[in-house]
Ligand binder design. Structure first.
Ligand SMILES: Cc1cc2nc3c(=O)[nH]c(=O)nc-3n(C[C@H](O)[C@H](O)[C@H](O)COP(=O)(O)O)c2cc1C
Length: 185
């Protein structure tokens, strides 16, 4: 599959067949995510693979009970690890604290690249995914017992698609690009 085809044809999938995603496919998805670039090669992205129904129900609750989350055969959780920029420390640091704002922003930027590499790899393998960002750090920390030095970047539901959504509208190229000088769009 060409990159262009993946960029153009991928859709967010929120309805899945009741078929588990094979372990080797999950591994390829996460391995493509692992290969993502990151600032100074700090590689902050960490992943959790969740297939346990009880855990998925807790995740769903933390995602404001969006019903499709509960039905997903597979959920991937993308975390950003503060220690990849600051090294290990005694005691726990809170990545949400103001003193880590700059590191946090960089970690979020780097993890987002990893997230989308996973999504595009999944698409090539025939696996549908949906980014889910509608949760609070504190609610998801609690649901998954995540330590405070990890930022929860996103949840991804995944599985074999059982829907074919139409493309969502996108801005035209002309309306988002300027050349040589900044021009408000
Ligand atoms: C960071 C991020 C967070 C998102 N959070 C949610 C979400 O909480 N629930 C949901 O149903 N879709 C969520 N989406 C999916 C978007 O609604 C979707 O990508 C957008 O409408 C464009 O549709 P497409 O992905 O099919 O092109 C999220 C997407 C991104 C990138």
């Amino acid at each position: 599959m060409k990159v262009r085809e993946a960029a153009q044809d991928r859709r967010s999938i929120r309805k899945y067949k009741d078929i588990p995603v094979e372990k080797d496919k999950i591994e390829i998805m996460l391995d493509s995510a692992r290969l993502a670039p990151s600032g100074s090669n700090t590689q902050p992205a960490r992943w959790m693979v969740i297939q346990n129904r009880h855990t998925i129900h807790r995740i769903c609750k933390a995602c404001r009970d969006q019903p499709f989350v509960k039905e997903a055969p597979l959920v991937l959780v993308l975390l950003g690890d503060l220690s990849c920029r600051l090294g290990e420390a005694e005691g726990e640091r809170d990545i949400l604290s103001d003193q880590y704002r700059e590191e946090r922003e960089r970690i979020i930027r780097d993890c987002a690249i990893s997230g989308q590499q996973m999504v595009l790899q999944a698409f090539e393998l025939g696996i549908g995914t949906c980014w889910v960002g509608d949760f609070t750090q504190l609610s998801m920390r609690k649901a998954l017992n995540i330590p405070s030095d990890h930022y929860i970047l996103a949840i991804f539901t995944a599985g074999y698609p059982d829907e074919k959504p139409s493309p969502r509208q996108r801005h035209s190229l002309k309306s988002v690009v300027c050349f040589e000088e900044f021009k408000r769009k």
